[in-house]
Ligand binder design. Structure first.
Ligand code: 6PG
Length: 240
């Protein structure tokens, strides 16, 4: 697939001795960013990632002191399974964190993926018209190099004018049907954190670092991307 001319992706690498240290730093940075957003603009708009990596972060966040009523929660991608299915990213975030803090339910914007990928993608794109720039986007990195629901070799929605969301019909990682924000829309953010833990992510990280054509490279916010890594994912000398 031919990609549009790419502007440079600004990357800042942060390496932590272990996953606990990474989650601790990520949680305090998120609360700090939220505090700045709520003090300055009255609201904090954050996009959550799914999968297993962020769960300990979410469990940590629920113990923290924050001005929760000003938080607005979005999801970077969702799996098309019933709403209460444990595979749902929204269900994981709810049980690990959101059910335990006083964020108004009307400010938790789930992707209605139970309606099928196309209908849900359309509905969510409309909802996202209401928010110009996210304060923070959280992302993960799959073993195969995917991020959010953007998979290597598929469309990433990174071109100018690309729709805010994409319906994914044949994801290589089950479930096949997903909804995802496109790379252009994910990049409309003041800050982006990519969290990478576990040595199984080594190859994906090395490919990113080597400049391979991975979806995460197509997310290029003006302020750059902070990559939070557990040391075991990193080979000595890989990150400068
Ligand atoms: C999803 C995701 C996805 C995730 C990576 C990493 O729904 O699958 O949001 O992009 O961030 O797959 O997942 P793990 O943390 O489970 O490795």
């Amino acid at each position: 697939m031919i990609r549009p001319e790419q502007k440079q992706q600004i990357l800042r690498w942060h390496i932590y001795p272990d996953a606990n240290a990474l989650y601790e730093r990520a949680a305090s940075a998120i609360v700090r960013i939220a505090h700045a957003a709520t003090s300055g603009r009255g609201a904090f708009h954050v996009v959550l990632s799914g999968g297993s990596t962020p769960r300990p972060l979410y469990q940590r966040l629920r113990t923290m002191d924050a001005h929760w009523p000003a938080w607005h929660i979005y999801f970077g991608d969702e799996r098309c399974v019933p709403r209460d299915n444990v595979e749902r990213n929204s269900a994981m975030a709810a049980s690990a964190w959101l059910n335990h803090v006083p964020i108004p339910a009307t400010q938790i914007y789930e992707i209605p993926a139970e309606r099928g990928a196309h209908a849900a993608a359309q509905a969510y794109a409309k909802l996202l018209d209401e928010v110009a720039v996210f304060d923070l986007v959280l992302l993960g990195l799959g073993e195969d190099g995917h991020t959010a629901g953007l998979f290597p070799g598929a469309g990433w929605g990174d071109e100018d004018g690309a729709p805010a969301t994409l319906a994914v019909e044949a994801a290589p990682k089950p479930p096949a049907q997903r909804v995802t924000l496109g790379a252009r829309r994910l990049g409309q953010a003041r800050e982006i954190f990519v969290l990478v833990t576990g040595s199984v992510k080594y190859n994906a990280l090395a490919a990113w670092r080597a400049g391979k054509d991975l979806p995460v490279r197509a997310i290029r916010p003006a302020g750059g991307v902070d990559v939070l890594l557990e040391r075991s994912v990193v080979e000595t000398g890989l990150v400068d």
